[in-house]
Design a protein around this ligand. Structure first.
Ligand code: G6P
Length: 608
C-alpha cells in the first residue's frame, strides 16, 4: 500500500528518496511524488510508476537540498490523478506532508478549514491534514503537528517539513507503520524497512500516537500530548541481498523457488525428533494456557486466511481442540463471543494488515489470549500480541504471497504439534509427523524441478478466462489459494471451492474446454475427488490434476497431471500449493503482465 520515505542529513535528498521509493514499489501504488526543501519547497508528482516521476524530475531544475520527503500513493479518497498524489501542501506557512492511512473526520475538518479561507486542490483527506497543521502553526512545526493530530480520528503515518524550519522533519504514527533509521549525522524515515537498510540497520519503530522531531543533530520523541517518550532502538535484520532478484526474473518466482530454504529456516531448532517435541520459545510461557485452551480462533485475510483454514483443520484433527478460521474483517464486527479459554491467533505475513490488527485487538479486549503467526519481526501485530511464532521465511517482496503461505502452514503445524503432544498425541505419532515435516523442503525442491512441465501445461490453457480450482479436506483451502494466485497476477477469473460443492451450482459454468484444476493427491477423500473429476469431464471440462507420485491410474482420467511427492495428508498443502503458484506465475508471464506489480493490489493493506 502507500509508502513513505523521508530524509534529513548532509547528502542530496532527491536521489536517496527516489531509491527509497523504488525499494517500496513492490507494496503496490498508483502515483508518486516528492518534495525537497531548497530554500523553498519544491514539489514534483506523477501518476504511474516511480520511473515517471524520475523522468519528470530530469527535466526539472532545482530540487537540490538535504531535507525532503516522498510518497507512493494507493488511492483511497479521490481518483488516481496528479492533484491527488502526495506530497500535499499548505501554502500559507509552506508545509509539505505525505500520509499513509485514512483521516476519518476529514469532511468536518475540511468545512472548518474552508471557513478559515483555505482553498483545496485535491479530493484527498491528506490535504486537509496539511492545511490543518498550517492553520495551527505558531512558529513550531512539532507543536503544530501534535495539535493537529489531537483533532484527527483515523489512521496515519505522516512525515512533514516546513519552509520556515529548514532543519526539521516531523513524523508521527497511529495505526500505520513508520520507522526512523538512524545513520551517522543523517536519518531516513520510512514506512517499510526495505527503504532504510541500505543506509543503516539501526532503527526504531514509532508507536501509536507518537511524534518524532528530527534534525541533523538529533531527535526527540513525544506523544501527541507532548509527553516525552524513549524509543526502543533495534537492529534491522533485513539483508539487502534478500530483497534483490539474483538470477530470477521476478520476486514471485524467486520466492516460490526459495521455499525449501525458507522452510528449513522455519523449522530449524524447533523440532526435537526423538522426544516428539516442538520447541517454540515464544510460546513456552503460555504452554499451560494452550494445553487448557477450549477454542482457537484463527484470523487473517487473503492468503493468510487460507493458511489459517489449514491451521483450523490441523488443530481439530491432531490437537483435538475446537478451532475456527475467520476473515479478520468479519470477526471484528460481528460481536464475537469470546469465552474463557479462547485463544486468538492472528496470521499475517506483514504484521500490518489493518483488519487483522483490529480483530486481534477486539479479541484481546474481550479477554482472549492473543498469539501471532507473523513474518515481519517487530511489526505492529507482532508487538500487540501476547506471544507468537515468527515464520522466518525472510522478506516477501512479491505482492502475490507464496513463501509466506507455506511458512504459515508450517508454523501452524508446529503450534498444532506443540499442543497435541501436550494433550493427546503419543511420542511415536508426533515423531512420525516431525519426520514428515523435516522432509517437506526436499520434496518442494522436487516439485520446483518440474517448472518447465508446469509452464507447458499452463500455456495450453492460459487463454481461457474462467478456471475452477477444486479440492477436499486439507486441500480445499489450497484450492482457494490456487484460485486467488491466478486472479491476483494473471487477471483470469478463477473460483476455488470444495470439490463436492461444485455440483450445488458452479457445475452450471462448466463448458467445453473449461480448465478445472483438481488437487487429487492420495488421502482420505481421494476416491470422492476422482468422482468429482468424472463429473467435470462428463461436461467437457479439461482437468489438470495435482496428484501423488506413483498414481499412474489418474493419467488415464484427466488431460494433464502434475505430480507431487507423497506426504502426510495434514502437511500436503505445503506441496500441492507449489504447482498452483507456478501455474499462476507462468500464466501471468505468458499473458504479459507485470508479476510483481499487479494492478490494484497492495502488498500490505493498512486500511480497514
Ligand atoms: C493483501 C495482499 C495479500 C495478503 C493479504 C494479507 O491483500 O495482497 O497477498 O495475503 O493482504 O496480508 P498479510 O500481510 O496480513 O499476510
Amino acid at each position: 500500500m502507500c509508502g513513505i520515505v523521508a530524509y534529513v542529513g548532509s547528502k542530496q535528498a532527491r536521489p536517496l528518496l527516489i531509491e527509497g521509493l523504488k525499494r517500496m514499489e513492490y507494496r503496490g501504488y498508483d502515483s508518486a511524488g516528492l518534495a525537497v526543501l531548497n530554500g523553498k519547497l519544491e514539489v514534483c508528482r506523477a501518476v504511474g510508476r516511480v520511473a515517471m516521476l524520475e523522468e519528470k524530475l530530469e527535466d526539472a531544475p532545482g530540487f537540490e537540498g538535504t531535507l525532503g520527503l516522498a510518497h507512493t500513493r494507493w488511492a483511497t479518497h479521490g481518483g488516481v490523478t496528479e492533484a491527488n498524489a502526495h506530497p500535499h501542501r499548505d501554502d500559507k506557512v509552506g508545509i509539505a506532508l505525505v500520509h499513509n492511512g485514512i483521516i476519518e473526520n476529514y469532511a468536518v475538518l475540511k468545512t472548518y478549514l474552508k471557513e478559515k479561507g483555505h482553498q483545496f486542490h485535491s479530493e484527498t483527506d491528506t490535504e486537509v491534514l496539511a492545511m490543518l497543521i498550517g492553520e495551527l502553526y505558531e512558529g513550531d512545526l512539532e507543536h503544530a503537528v501534535q495539535a493537529a493530530l489531537r483533532e484527527v480520528t483515523g489512521a496515519y503515518a505522516i512525515a512533514v517539513i516546513c519552509e520556515r524550519e529548514p532543519d526539521t522533519l516531523v513524523c508521527a504514527r497511529k495505526g500505520s507503520p513508520l520507522m526512523v533509521g538512524i545513520g551517522a549525522g543523517e536519518y531516513v524515515v520510512a514506512s517499510d524497512p526495505s527503504a532504510i537498510v541500505s543506509h543503516t540497520t539501526q532503527a526504531f519503530p514509532l508507536d501509536d500516537y507518537n511524534v518524532v522531531k528530527i534534525t541533523r543533530t538529533g531527535f526527540r520523541s513525544s506523544t501527541v500530548e507532548n509527553v516525552s517518550v524513549t524509543p526502543k532502538i533495534m537492529q534491522l535484520e533485513m539483508d539487502l541481498e534478500q530483497i534483490d532478484l539474483g538470477r530470477f526474473q521476478h520476486f514471485m518466482q524467486k520466492e516460490i523457488f526459495e521455499q525449501p530454504a525458507a522452510l528449513r529456516n522455519t523449522l530449524r531448532g524447533r523440532l526435537q525428533r526423538t522426544e516428539g517435541k516442538v520447541v517454540l520459545g515464544g510460546l513456552s510461557a503460555y504452554a499451560k494456557e494452550l494445553v487448557r485452551a477450549r477454542r482457537i480462533v484463527l484470523a487473517g485475510q487473503g492468503t493468510a486466511l487460507h493458511a489459517a483454514m489449514i491451521g483450523e483443520y490441523m488443530l481439530e484433527d491432531l490437537a483435538k481442540v475446537p478451532a475456527v478460521a475467520e476473515y479478520a474483517s468479519e470477526f471484528r464486527y460481528r460481536n464475537p463471543i469470546i469465552e474463557d479459554g479462547t485463544v486468538v491467533i492472528a496470521v499475517s505475513q506483514s504484521g500490518e494488515t489493518a483488519d487483522t490488527l483490529a480483530a486481534l485487538n477486539e479479541a484481546k479486549d474481550r479477554g482472549a489470549l492473543a498469539l501471532g503467526v507473523i513474518n515481519v519481526v517487530g511489526s505492529t501485530i507482532a508487538r500487540e500480541t501476547d506471544a507468537g511464532v515468527y515464520l522466518r521465511v525472510g522478506p516477501e517482496v512479491g505482492v502475490a504471497s507464496t513463501k509466506a503461505f507455506t511458512g504459515q502452514v508450517a508454523v501452524l503445524a508446529l503450534i498444532t504439534l506443540f499442543m497435541a503432544r501436550r494433550r493427546f498425541m503419543s511420542t511415536e505419532a508426533s515423531t512420525r509427523l516431525i519426520d514428515e515435516m523435516l522432509a517437506v523442503p526436499d520434496k518442494i525442491e522436487r516439485i520446483c524441478e518440474q517448472d518447465t512441465h508446469i509452464r507447458d501445461v499452463t500455456a495450453k490453457y492460459c487463454d481461457r478466462e474462467n478456471w475452477l480450482f477444486l479440492g477436499r479436506g486439507y486441500n480445499y483451502p489450497t484450492a482457494l489459494e490456487g484460485a486467488l494466485k491466478l486472479k491476483e497476477i494473471s487477471y483470469i477469473h478463477a473460483e476455488g471451492m470444495p470439490a463436492a460443492e461444485m455440483k450445488h451450482g458452479p457445475i452450471a459454468l462448466i463448458n467445453e474446454g473449461m480448465p478445472a484444476v483438481f488437487i487429487a493427491n492420495k488421502g482420505r477423500q481421494y476416491e470422492k475427488v476422482m468422482s468429482n473429476i468424472a463429473e467435470v469431464r462428463a461436461r467437457g471440462g479439461h482437468v489438470i490434476a495435482v496428484a501423488t507420485e506413483g498414481d499412474t491410474e489418474i493419467k488415464k482420467q484427466v488431460e494433464d497431471v502434475i505430480y507431487v511427492p507423497d506426504v502426510a495428508e495434514q502437511l500436503s498443502p505445503m506441496l500441492t500449493v507449489v504447482p498452483l503458484q507456478l501455474m499462476a506465475y507462468h500464466a501471468a508471464v505468458i499473458r504479459g503482465h507485470d508479476v510483481d506489480k499487479p494492478r490494484n493490489l497492495a502488498k500490505s493493506v493498512t486500511v480497514e
